[in-house]
Design a protein around this ligand. Structure first.
Ligand code: 3HC
Ligand code: NAI
Length: 708
């Protein structure tokens, strides 16, 4: 018997456990092993029923994405065709019970749905997340799921890609029972009873895929397509999933699965699929840091101290208690602590109103935050995150205090977004324990966490930060201590280029339209208004941008700040905002731009849409290449992860560096050289970009060569 499958017999029931760690993916050999074991069990007279489950922490988490990646890049043997296996499972005379714990995702759920019955552990999850990888279910998921849960739920799951929990799956008809206690014992019992009952066992493919709520089929499909267009704007796979589900409702099963297969094939070789699979592995690779491994001694974090109960401190406290980590939340004044706690309660109230949390859940979480004005108890925390005002002297003072009030070995993190971490660390005697943990606002929501490594930061300190990131549901990306770190450093040339475009004849609305058409969640002028024009203004002055002789600095942004137009918070910035807080073009701003440009003698012209995207994006990419060659990011894919999780870069483009690869680095380099000739020194191409373009290589190849 294959090593990929364990087989045992329990009271006349054959129990087959897929054993392909870490997540029991359907890698080559696994479907074959299941098929062979089912055949043996079906023939064995001592076996009355069959249970299929997963060994280790989960049921089957899907097809092997490494195999899909090969397919996406036109290599490898192709995706496994599970049709024969699923039919074999469904058509056998003995009942097959799927016993599911952990996750049944993608191909895993598809296998599960071919069973006659499904028994779930109480904390199991079920999903068709293929759209997250730019594909659709490719092993009859779009055909079987609507037959079990109805069209509406199937559309929600295949288009949204979010898994459902066992209770919801039971209510929807996806599972037959939730195990009471031990899953294997419950499934064996269920299977033995079904065998004893005899008769024909239900085949999913013989059911009908119908609506479960009133209305016509066409209305249901239109709602699904609308969901796809809205929730997954610009993505093709969700719409293809809708086509496949339509086939389930209108064709025979035999015709339907063949249609699904065609649509799957179309998706799996698309740019979007390559980009999304790149992002899947990039996210997991980001956690691999040379010199930081499983054997790095890192104390577990069971309690966190936070200094500063403002916007960020409050959000970070919520992120911690949401993951069950108690927090001591310190601010300087009682009034500031009270204000911070009130903001936290208000945020949670919104979640209750939206049905995300119950009042009991919120009470428990708020109860885990201990508000205080001194450092009492800080000697019992494993990690402190400082989030006081962005001021070096203040931060140094706080780190000096922390060194005295915490126990040796406590990791001391700063949430600074622009200050020099090494200088902050100089105020603490144990600089090896100091690190940057740069959260993004709102910190309880945004997934990105830039983990800033200083000169002295130890491997153990990095391991603690990475561990906490994972525990609180963030994607930790380790970056170096340069100005603006990775994300904000790249943001500056992008933001300035957009402003220069406007000074040369484009409008903020036009630039934002092109950037959102490209796929960004928001245009840069809208982002600027949301973050506050004063914030960038202050940083610009502090960092001394455009102070070098002959440098062209943005004209209008400073002027808007001088006029008190700070963006959304003052109701006016690049745009003007009404009650609905939606941006509207402001003729006053347009007039100001034209007037200032004229005074400065900037020639005016019209811009092609493509040129707008190139100017903004290539500036960002060029800075990314500089960061990479200077070693402030470990990999191009880390930069992608920063942008995908913290800056609203479209996931289906794989991140800015991956996007550059898809354009072709030779073309990117050539355009940047042209911009340098037209627009000057700020467009000097990064050496690394030049090197890769000349060698006809991509950032992906650069990463691969360095990791080999
Ligand atoms: N194929 C190959 N490798 C996989 C995998 C898969 N389906 N799912 C996870 N892995 C790998 C990860 O790359 C990671 O490897 P590493 O340790 O070398 O970095 C390891 O398993 C552990 O993964 P996570 O760090 O993500 O572990 P978690 O415990 O946090 O999460 C999980 C587990 C929820 C299963 C998560 O990994 C996940 O969501 N995986 C993807 C599931 C998925 O998308 N399935 C559908 C695949 S497409 C499909 O099935 C097509 C079908 O319709 C034909
Ligand atoms: P904030 O102004 O909302 O909060 C700062 C808090 O620190 C205030 O409550 C203040 O009373 C408190 N404080 C000041 N001195 C203190 C002291 N000695 N001891 C304890 N508390 C003290 O500021 P915000 O926005 O939360 O920013 C905090 C830090 O996070 C800054 O370093 C900022 O650069 C960084 N950051 C901010 C982001 C944002 O979007 N707001 C994003 C990422 C990082």
């Amino acid at each position: 018997m294959s090593e990929l499958l364990n087989v045992e017999q329990v009271r006349g029931v054959a129990v087959l456990s897929v054993n392909n760690p870490p997540v029991n993916a359907l890698s080559a050999g696994v479907p074959e092993a299941i098929g062979a074991a089912i055949e043996v069990a079906q023939k064995d007279p001592a076996v009355q029923a069959i249970v299929l489950m997963g060994a280790g922490k989960t049921f089957i988490a899907g097809a092997d994405i490494k195999q899909l990646e090969e397919m996406a890049w036109g290599r490898g043997a192709g995706a496994p065709n599970l049709h024969a296996l699923l039919q074999q499972i469904e058509d056998g005379p003995k009942p097959v019970v799927m016993a599911i714990h952990g996750t049944a995702l993608g191909g895993g759920l598809e296998v599960a749905m071919a069973g006659h019955y499904r028994v779930a552990a109480a904390d199991a999850q079920f999903g068709q997340p293929e759209v997250n990888l730019g594909i659709i279910p490719g092993a009859e998921g779009t055909q079987r799921l609507p037959r079990l849960v109805g069209l509406e739920k199937a559309m929600e799951m295949c288009v949204g890609g979010k898994p459902v929990k066992a209770k919801e799956a039971l209510a929807a008809g996806l599972v037959d029972a939730i195990a009471d206690g031990d899953l294997k014992a419950s499934a064996v019992e269920f299977a033995a009873t079904a065998a004893k009952r005899g008769g024909a066992h239900p085949k999913t493919r013989e059911k009908k895929a119908e609506r479960r709520t009133p209305g016509t089929l066409e209305e249901a499909l239109a709602a699904g397509r609308e969901l796809a267009a809205k929730a997954r704007k610009n993505q093709t796979a969700p719409l293809k999933a809708m086509e496949a589900i339509q086939a389930a409702a209108t064709l025979t099963f035999e015709e339907g699965w063949k249609r699904e297969r065609q649509l799957f094939q179309e998706c799996v070789t698309s740019d979007q699929c390559r980009a999304l699979i790149h992002a899947f592995f990039a996210e997991r690779t980001a956690g691999r840091i040379p010199g930081v491994g499983k054997d790095t001694p890192a104390q577990p974090v069971s309690r966190v101290g936070i200094v500063g109960a403002g916007t960020m401190g409050g959000g970070i406290a919520m992120a911690c208690v949401n993951a069950g980590i108690p927090v001591l939340l310190k601010d300087a004044e009682q009034s500031a602590v009270d204000k911070g706690m009130a903001a936290i309660r208000k945020n949670y109230e919104v979640s209750v109103q939206r049905g995300r949390f119950t009042t009991e859940m919120v009470a428990e979480r708020v109860g885990k935050i201990h508000p205080q004005t001194d450092y009492a108890g800080f000697d019992s925390v494993d990690l402190v995150i400082e989030a006081v005002f962005e001021n070096m002297e203040l931060k140094k003072k706080v780190f000096g205090e922390l060194a005295k009030s915490t126990k040796p070995g406590t990791v001391l993190a700063s949430n600074t977004s622009s200050l020099n971490l090494d200088e902050i660390a100089s105020a603490a005697p144990r600089a090896e324990n100091v690190i940057g943990m740069h959260f993004f606002s709102p910190a309880n929501v945004m997934r990105l966490l830039e983990i800033v490594r200083g000169k002295e930061t130890s491997a153990a300190t990095i391991a603690v930060a990475l561990g906490v990131a994972k525990k609180i549901g963030k994607v930790g990306v380790v970056v170096g201590n340069c100005e603006g770190f990775v994300g904000n450093r790249m943001m500056f040339p992008y933001m300035y280029e957009a402003q220069f475009l406007v000074e040369e004849g484009a409008t903020p609305e036009q630039v934002d339209r092109e950037l959102t058409r490209f796929g960004w969640a928001m245009g840069i002028f809208e982002v600027d208004d949301m973050a506050g024009l004063d914030v960038a203004w202050r940083i610009r002055k502090e960092l001394g941008h455009f102070t070098e002789p002959g440098a062209r600095g943005p004209l209008v942004a400073d002027k808007l700040c001088e006029m008190g137009r700070y963006g959304q918070k003052t109701g006016k910035g690049w745009y003007v905002y009404g009650q609905d807080r939606k941006p509207r073009p402001d003729p006053e701003v347009l007039e100001l731009i034209r007037k200032m440009a004229k005074e400065a003698g900037i020639p005016q012209r019209e811009f092609r849409d493509e040129e707008i995207v190139e100017r903004a994006l290539f500036g960002l990419i060029n800075e990314g290449a500089k960061i990479l060659e200077e070693g402030y990011a470990l990999r191009a894919s880390d930069i992608d992860i920063v942008y995908l999780n913290g800056y609203g870069f479209p996931s289906w483009r794989g991140g800015p560096m991956f996007y550059a690869d898809t354009v072709g680095l030779e073309k990117v380099y050539e355009r940047i050289r042209q911009f340098e000739k037209q627009l000057g020194q700020r467009w000097k191409p990064a050496n690394l970009l030049k090197k890769l373009a000349e060698a006809k290589k991509s950032f992906r190849e650069y990463d691969a060569e360095r990791s080999a």
